[in-house]
Design a binder for this molecule. Sequence first.
Ligand code: DVN
Length: 275
Amino acid sequence: MEHAGRGPAEKRRGKRCVVLSVAFVLLIIVILAVALGLTLRRNTDELRATFTARCEEFSGYDCQNIWDTFQQAYVGKDPCEVPVEAYDSLIAAAPFKPSCDRMMFWSKTKDVVHDFTEKRDCFLTLEDTLLGSVLNDLTWCGKEGSSETFTTGCPGWTDCENNPVRSFWNRASAAFADVACGDVTAMLNGSITTPFSPTSIFASIEVKRFNATRMRALNVVLVTQKNAVTNCTNASLKDLQKELDKGINYNCMEVAESQIKECGNDPEKPCGACW
Ligand code: DVN
């Protein structure tokens, strides 16, 4: 009769096989965990490197302290529960200085306005200031129970209101508008039907904080293209005028985008003569 059970050598081989399989699975788990850890570290390190390099272009600031203060706003938090107030300390660490007669606000004209302010050293947008420039075009968020910064998989602008990126821009825009003084300029988009959109940061936050004790006028530059759909008589611009604090003068000029581009390319021309 044939022996039904396995021999001792076969049993030992079977056991070794199980041990090897478990060890292999554990090894894979360790490798994956290390790779994930390194990726997260890289996320934090890359953001820190960009932040610090941009910060160091401004002299007289403690960039390490500004980075630490920035991180405190969102690290370890649910990325949908970072309110605007979380950035109060960051704003206090690098406050906006008033640049009377040179401050430039904008809405739906991101490229044209920055192309212009980069070439000409006359107007200053939020994105030309230290805090605006270090975080411009970046994405970041934290996670509950983690000390890392994530740069992917973060909630989008409209996914939840209190997300770290949106709250930062809302807070920074409010602080920048708080120091607006003298003659202030706003570049709005003449190619859309509602250049002063109630849901924009410009309308919902900045204009509401303009104050007549500091500001003399708001000069709207309505950027037009060949087939302009909007001019200075636009209904939304009437709303803008109504929203302004009494005592702030309002002016509006329609200016061709090509003229703004040409002026940007001509550093000899005085800034005020661009429109
Ligand atoms: O005056 C400026 C400046 O001070 C600024 O920070 O706020 C004013 C501009 O904000 P705005 O009036 O809301 O103008 P926009 O053109 O509607 O939006 C400005 C930017 O906010 C966009 O360019 C988006 O940034 P991005 O993605 O190009 O780096 C962002 N943004 C606004 N609404 C968004 C959005 N991003 C994604 N989804 C949205 N719904």
